[in-house]
Ligand binder design. Structure first.
Ligand code: ZN
Length: 121
């Protein structure tokens, strides 16, 4: 019994070689292009949300050197704690999360201590 196989792009039944995945090169190109589009959309979304994280930290910090902010306030603005560009561990073992040059240290009581990293030029 031969199991029917289907084109990954158009889902028509495939004929011919057992390792065939597409009807033809058009279907293969279509499929690969769709994969690229999906990957690009994902990267764009992460980039957008990282920039948004930075904007939220920047606005919340304002002109202060450091400020304590309630975490929920940041989350309500759309802040994503799973997205950051770097971490900094202090000698005391505290872990700051950085989104570009803006960072935060999670504190007790659902607070974040917001800071800005000095950028060497
Ligand atoms: Zn096809």
């Amino acid at each position: 019994m031969i199991e029917e196989r289907f084109c990954l792009a158009c889902e028509k039944v495939l004929r011919g070689r057992i390792d065939k995945r597409f009807c033809d090169s058009d279907c293969r190109n279509l499929y690969n292009n769709q994969l690229h589009v999906q990957a690009n959309n994902y990267v764009r979304k992460v980039d957008r949300d990282l920039k948004k994280n930075r904007r939220i930290l920047k606005q919340s910090l304002g002109e202060e050197k450091m400020v304590k902010v309630n975490k929920d306030k940041l989350l309500a603005k759309g802040f994503r704690t799973d997205l950051f560009t770097g971490q900094l561990v202090t000698a005391k073992g505290q872990v700051y999360f950085f989104v570009y040059e803006y960072g935060y240290l999670p504190l007790e009581g659902n607070l974040f201590l917001l800071v800005k990293q000095r950028i060497a030029d």
